[in-house]
Design a protein around this ligand. Structure first.
Ligand code: VGL
Length: 193
């Protein structure tokens, strides 16, 4: 029985100065690093995802010249680019599994991606006997939402640390958190960890 920390898309393109910057992204990166310094040892696995889109094509309609910022977006997190790298403020030493997602597809959830050895996040959690997971990262209303919903669907008890997330829109982030609570997630603060 163990606990997982799921760190969603803390990447340069989603933090201040990035192609699809989320306000508060840098603060989340720093706060997750501080949290890891104190709490990495509490977790059996620490899984971090990176959006890793193809440079060619529109990644299943995910990239658009005139994005609506709901279902389509400016070009971001192209595989291997600076924008796709973990934010420079994120301490990555304690991460046990690095997941890439979104090659040719939107893939909001880290459960749609795979580790460097080709495992899904679901397989990683099952193999480690994970029954509960804490979810942090970017963005609340998109990839955090989708990843947390998939964790619940995988049968894991989910806490979302509300001080370690940031969203694209205020209203859509509120709605995402309400949806997560309805689905069974607990909203907590990292100091309660
Ligand atoms: C994300 C918008 C587009 C995210 C990814 O990581 O939340 N948001 N692609």
């Amino acid at each position: 029985m163990s606990r997982a920390l799921l760190i969603v898309d803390v990447q340069n393109d989603f933090t201040e100065g990035g192609a699809l910057a989320v306000t508060g992204g840098d603060a989340v990166a720093s706060a997750v690093s501080a949290f890891l310094e104190a709490h990495a040892g509490d977790y059996g696995v620490i899984v971090a995802s990176r959006d890793w889109h193809d440079a060619e094509g529109d990644n299943g309609g995910h990239f658009a010249a005139q994005p609506d910022f709901v279902d389509s977006w400016p070009v971001h997190c192209v595989a291997g680019s600076d924008g796709a790298a973990y934010d420079t403020l994120l301490a990555t030493d304690a991460i046990t599994h690095h997941v890439h997602k979104g090659q040719g597809e939107p893939a909001y959830s880290m459960f749609e991606g795979a580790t460097e050895s080709g495992e899904t996040v679901g397989a990683v959690l099952s193999a480690a006997g994970v029954l509960s997971a804490d979810v942090v990262g970017l963005a609340t209303d998109h990839c955090v939402r989708a990843s947390a919903l998939d964790a619940i669907a995988h049968g894991v008890q989910v806490r979302v640390f509300t001080d370690l997330i940031a969203g694209v829109g205020a209203e859509s982030s509120e709605a995402a958190l309400a949806e997560l609570v309805h689905a069974g997630a607990v909203l907590a603060e990292s100091r309660d960890a």
